[in-house]
Design a protein around this ligand. Structure first.
Ligand code: ATP
Ligand code: MN
Length: 463
């Protein structure tokens, strides 16, 4: 007898097979005819399979009739065509074994319809809900698409470090990594002496793998990293996490236009794959979370992304006649309200903003000849706002050193990075896509805490 998944057992092709299934009971319904229906889910798909447990089972009275929501079971039986609507198959059980009971007095997922806020407090059990099953499968599909897309295009997957001594963004949003005893730190000249620390200098969790990815791009051509990223920014928003996953391709010989083309093709591929492989889960999101999800995703696929210089976008915002919580002015950072106005109302499609003021962006972005802007690009999508940030990198040694000083960074700490410009420098570009923002975009889920298994936010590192 083969053990198969609920997903396989739901297919019409399974009819006639004798199989073993294992999973969790979502509901039990007892029929007047002296048998029971069990809705069984094992996470392999959005749907359950209905198990018909006849009263003749030797443990029917003692066990099956008392199975609780959440209990784990193993079921042997024959897959039959189902007479019921909405399901191709059902399983007529010849054996039902209780693996682990779930006490209905205390099991928190008794009923449906819990709020996402409540489910966050039981993040260890929310994988058993429809929503988090759908999110987990979608997240898995996006991860697969990332690798498929880049691998098919000849990119190398490189593993950039988690612990680093350089602050890529220069924004000071860093978590320190140390073995120094905070109650008795070694001191020199009245300050903590980090030369006595584990790495002999201050070290941090990475905010981006970009700088290290550049070293591989400037030697191997096209590379990408995909890993966890950490930012100690105190942004208590539905779009920020302290720990999130980022995909960062980095390409030698790519200018900003090549970079935009790649970003657009990449996002479209992620959407295409989600529509093809997560259809049932997207239907669930359509029915329960965001009724416009299919229209939004298909709309994005159907049209080219708008490409708009920052300066033109500021003009649009100024002329919009809207009152903003954060005022708009050239040289100011765009806030989520501005980004979403552009992508949702003004253009109603993804927008790539580029050529941002140099004062707003990190030192490594390539300076334009106007002396005011850099070759930055942000991709904004309806429903989320910024989903990708990227740029063409500054490949001219003297300009790069000047930019570091301008931003108060000491070039001494970045000699390895400057070597890429000192020896065989090439134009190159790259970007970072936030995995969780992508899942928000695809699902229509509202809060980033609900699209990562265990969210880390200010004041919160439970589980
Ligand atoms: P924001 O302005 O929204 O804070 P950012 O400009 O700091 O974003 P980048 O440094 O360009 O973002 O990072 C690249 C991508 O990583 C972003 O476009 C976004 O998708 C994602 N990202 C950045 N910060 C976070 C965060 N705190 N939580 C989740 N995703 C993030
Ligand atoms: Mn940020």
């Amino acid at each position: 007898m083969d053990t198969i998944s609920v997903s396989d057992a739901r297919r019409a092709e399974a009819v006639g097979r004798t199989v073993r299934l294992r999973g969790w009971v979502r509901t039990r319904r007892d029929s007047k005819g002296g048998f029971s229906f069990l809705e069984l889910n094992d996470g392999s798909c959005q749907g359950n399979v209905q198990v018909v447990a006849p009263g003749e089972l030797p443990n029917y009275e003692a066990v099956v009739k008392h199975l609780h929501t959440g209990a784990s079971v193993a079921v042997d039986g024959e897959v039959k065509a189902s007479p019921a609507k909405g399901q191709a198959t059902e399983v007529l059980a010849s054996r039902v074994e209780l693996l682990g009971d779930a006490d209905p007095e205390t099991y928190p997922l008794q009923k449906k319809g819990h709020t996402f806020e409540f489910l966050r407090t039981i993040a260890h059990l929310r994988p058993r809900t429809n929503t988090f099953g759908a999110v987990a499968r979608l997240r898995n599909q996006v991860s697969k698409s990332v690798h498929d897309f880049f691998q098919e295009r000849g990119f190398l997957y490189v593993h950039t470090p988690i612990v680093t001594a350089s602050d890529c963004e220069g924004a000071g949003e860093l978590f320190r990594v140390t073995t120094i005893d905070p109650d008795a730190p070694p001191r020199a000249d009245g300050k903590v002496d980090y030369s006595k620390d584990f790495f002999g200098k201050p070290a941090f969790l990475t905010v981006s793998g970009q700088l290290q990815a550049e070293t591989f791009a400037c030697g191997l051509g096209k590379v990408y990293t995909f890993g966890p990223t950490f930012r100690a920014e105190n942004s208590n928003t539905p779009r920020h996490l302290a720990e999130f996953w980022m995909v960062e391709p980095e390409m030698a010989f790519f200018d900003l236009t090549d970079n935009m083309d790649l970003a657009e093709a990449f996002l479209k591929r992620v959407i295409t794959d989600a529509l093809a492989h997560c259809h049932d889960d997207l239907e669930f999101f359509r029915d329960r979370v965001d009724k416009g999800v299919f229209d939004r995703l298909r709309g994005v696929l159907a049209n080219p992304f708008m490409r708009v210089p920052y300066t033109a976008a500021v003009d649009i915002l100024l002329k919009s006649g809207k009152t903003w919580e954060y005022p708009v002015a050239w040289g100011k950072d765009l806030q989520s309200e501005h980004e979403r106005f552009l992508a949702e109302q003004h253009f109603d499609c993804p927008v790539i903003l580029y050529d941002y003021p140099r004062t707003l962006k990190p030192f490594y972005m390539r300076c334009n000849d106007d002396g005011k802007t850099v070759r930055a690009m942000d991709v904004l999508v309806p429903g989320v706002g910024e989903i990708i940030g990227g740029s063409q990198r500054e490949e001219r040694l003297d300009v790069l050193e000047g930019r570091m000083r301008e931003q108060g960074l000491n070039p001494d700490g970045y000699q390895w990075y400057l070597d890429l410009r000192r020896y065989g420098t090439v134009p190159h570009s790259g970007f970072g896509l936030g995995l969780e923002r992508t899942v928000l975009f695809l699902s229509g889920m509202a809060n980033i805490r609900d699209v990562i298994p265990f969210p880390r936010t200010p004041g919160n590192a439970e589980f």
